[in-house]
Write a protein that binds this ligand. Structure first.
Ligand code: ADP
Length: 297
């Protein structure tokens, strides 16, 4: 769907991107992560043809990105706000028409999307009357109503209450079900774990982590498992330390290179009655902090 190849960009003396390359697959929700100043917005602006890269290529649908591809892309920037006295429906219709819909189609979709974001009553309101949360949902709807093949949303849920966060997450999951591709730029790591298929973490203009969320979490985890047993925990080989956490729960640190199922089998053979057995994966938040502090993967 999208490929960045060796993207370079500097602003004067400031190097914002140092040869960044990665792919985004069709139909995935892709997390674009990184601390402030990492270069995420620069990369997105290059994709959207707002600024030009100093080097490298952006391929969309397998070809170098052309101006007309922008009709199939959507972008919700971080700095947003609709400061206009126009009615909501007018503004949304305009957004749809910008992406090539007829006015009639854009208007019908705008009304349908206002329903979807649970704001059917604001169609005739002036935009500057909307609350911050309402305005944010209207902007998300304005971008999604043209059903872009690829859309980039920068912190779409910031400032929304938990009910609306869930609603936006559901809209993204729905895009995935219909095969549309979404790039989600966010600092909310729980959202990344809940929603994203794959991630790229950029730090100081370099790609430092890239892969599926499950892979990345496994790669950065200690070889640890949590076990819940009825009765005592038998001693088995390959366990470095075992820590009781109460209520039959144990945390076992395995010797390096030990596959969890080896320990599971040994426990069962030793007569343990196991209710639960799970490898412990590092939270994305810890991985983010670790990588950014260490300045490397
Ligand atoms: P992020 O979106 O990850 O926070 P940015 O892409 O905005 O990062 O910024 C990357 C680097 O480029 C930062 O050091 C930032 O200060 C610098 N930068 C971004 N935009 C400009 C600009 N218009 N002029 C000069 N420096 C910029």
């Amino acid at each position: 769907m999208l490929r960045f190849e060796e993207i370079e960009k500097s602003y004067g003396q400031t190097v914002a991107l140092r040869g960044v390359s990665f792919d985004v697959q069709p139909g995935e929700i892709f997390g674009l992560l990184g601390p402030n100043g990492a270069g995420k917005s620069t990369l997105i602006r290059i994709l959207m043809d707002i600024i030009r890269a100093d080097g490298g290529r952006v391929l969309v649908f397998g070809e170098p990105r052309r101006r007309q591809d922008l009709d199939r892309l959507g972008y919700l920037p971080e700095e947003r706000g609709l400061y206009t006295r126009q009615p909501v429906l007018e503004v949304m219709t305009y957004f749809g028409a910008l992406k090539g819909l007829t006015r009639r189609e854009a208007r019908a979709r705008s009304l349908a999307w206002l329903d979807k974001v649970e704001l059917p009553h604001v169609a005739s309101w002036r935009v500057d009357r909307l609350s911050k949360g309402m305005s944010q949902k209207v902007q998300i709807a304005s971008i999604l109503l043209s059903d872009p093949d690829l859309c980039v949303l920068d912190e779409p849920t910031t400032g929304l209450d938990p009910v609306n966060v869930r609603l936006v997450q559901e809209l993204l999951a729905e895009r995935r079900r219909s095969g549309r591709t979404t790039i989600l730029s966010t600092h909310h790591m729980n959202q990344v774990e809940a929603l994203c298929d794959r991630v790229a973490l950029i730090n100081r203009g370099e790609l430092v982590v890239y892969g599926t969320v499950a892979e990345v979490r496994r790669r950065h985890s200690l070889p640890e498992v949590r076990v819940q047993v009825r009765g005592p925990l038998p001693a088995v080989p390959h366990v470095e330390t075992s820590t009781e956490e109460g209520d039959g729960h144990w945390r076992l640190l395995l010797r390096d290179g030990t596959a969890p199922n080896v320990v599971l089998t040994a426990l069962v053979q030793a007569g343990a009655i196991i209710d639960r057995f799970e490898p412990l994966l590092a939270p994305m938040e810890d991985i983010f902090l670790h990588v950014v502090r260490e300045g490397r993967a």
